[in-house]
Design a protein around this ligand. Structure first.
Ligand code: ADP
Length: 275
C-alpha cells in the first residue's frame, strides 16, 4: 500500500497513513453525516443539533458535533463548553471532548474573546468552513452532526458541497407560516444540490402550562407535519416550547439535567430513533 493510502477508506492522501484508528483521518472515516438546517435563525437549530448529538453519543455511538454557524456560534454555551479553546496541531484542529463518545468543534473555541464579532467576507468564510469540515482530527466517527448556518445561501451551500452527497439533512422549523415557507426553500435547496432530507422537526410546537396543564399553541402546531406530507419528506416529530430548554441551554447543560419522562426528552428520543 502506498505510504499515504489508508486501509480503511483507500483515499489517496488520507492522513491516517494506514492506521485506521488514527485521529487524523479524512471524511470517508465518518459513517453518517447529518446536517441540521433551518430556513432562518432562532428556530432552535443549535438546540436540536446539540441534543441529537448527545442522544446519539449516549446510545453508544462515536459522535462529532461541528458548529459551522460562523456568525453566532452558540454550541459552546449550550454544551457548557464556553471559554474552552481548541488546540491546533497544524493543519489539524483538535476537537474539545464533551464525553468519551462526543467531541465538539466550534468557531467559539478559536476566537480570542467570546464576545468577538466575526466580520469576514465570503471567501474567508468559505475557507474557514472548508477547514472546519476537512481538518478536524475527529478520528473514526459513527455520526458527524453539523449545526449549519441558517438559510439557503453561500454558507450552507459550501457545507453541503464539501461534505458531499452522502450527507443527509434534518430541517428544523417552528410552526409559523413564515418559517414553513423557508422549509420549502430548504427542501428545494437540498434537492438541487443532491442531498437527501432525512426529515423535518417542528420545534416550539405548542406549550403546556406547567401550572394548569392547559396546552396552548402559541405559534400553532401541526404545520410541520402537514408540510412533510405535502413534500413527501418524513416527519421526525415535534418538540414543545419549554422553559426548561431555554434554561438548560443558557446554563450549558443541554437537556442532560432533565428526567427521561420530561416531554421534551421524550420528543427528542423519538426524533433520534427515527433518524
Ligand atoms: P438557532 O440555532 O436556530 O438560532 P437556538 O437553538 O440557538 O436557535 O435557540 C434560540 C433560543 O431559543 C435559545 O435561547 C434556546 O434555548 C431557545 N429554544 C429553542 N428551542 C426551544 C423550545 N422548544 N422551547 C423553549 N425555548 C427554546
Amino acid at each position: 500500500m502506498a505510504e499515504n493510502k489508508c486501509s480503511t477508506c483507500n483515499v489517496e492522501g488520507c492522513k491516517s497513513r494506514g492506521k485506521p484508528e488514527a485521529d487524523q483521518v479524512c471524511l470517508d472515516h465518518i459513517k453518517n453525516k447529518l446536517v441540521i438546517l433551518s430556513g432562518k435563525g432562532g428556530v432552535g437549530k443549535s438546540t436540536v443539533s446539540a441534543n441529537i448529538a448527545i442522544a446519539l453519543a449516549e446510545a453508544g455511538n462515536k459522535v462529532g458535533l461541528l458548529d459551522v454557524d460562523v456568525h453566532g456560534p452558540s454550541i459552546p454555551r449550550i454544551m457548557g463548553l464556553k471559554g474552552q479553546k481548541a488546540k491546533v496541531k497544524p493543519p489539524w484542529l483538535i476537537p474539545v471532548k464533551w464525553s468519551e463518545n462526543l467531541k465538539v468543534i466550534s468557531l467559539g473555541f478559536l476566537l480570542p474573546d467570546d464576545d468577538e464579532a466575526v466580520i469576514w467576507r465570503g471567501p474567508v468564510k468559505g475557507g474557514l468552513i472548508k477547514q472546519f469540515i476537512e481538518e478536524v482530527a475527529w478520528g473514526n466517527l459513527d455520526y458527524l452532526v453539523v449545526d449549519c448556518p441558517p438559510g439557503t445561501g453561500d454558507e450552507p451551500l459550501s457545507v453541503l458541497q464539501i461534505l458531499g452527497n452522502d450527507a443527509k439533512a434534518v430541517i428544523v422549523t417552528t410552526p409559523q407560516a413564515v418559517s414553513i415557507d423557508d422549509v420549502r426553500r430548504s427542501i428545494t435547496f437540498c434537492n438541487k444540490v443532491g442531498n437527501k432530507v432525512v426529515g423535518i422537526v417542528e420545534n416550539m410546537s405548542g406549550f403546556v402550562c406547567p401550572k394548569c396543564g392547559e396546552a396552548v399553541d402559541i405559534f400553532g402546531s401541526g404545520t410541520g407535519e402537514r408540510l412533510a406530507k405535502e413534500t413527501e419528506v418524513p416527519f421526525l416529530g415535534s418538540i414543545p416550547i419549554s422553559k426548561d430548554i431555554a434554561q438548560s441551554g443558557d446554563m450549558g447543560k443541554a437537556l442532560t439535567g432533565l428526567p427521561d419522562e420530561h416531554p421534551v426528552k421524550k420528543a427528542l428520543k423519538e426524533i433520534v430513533s427515527k433518524i
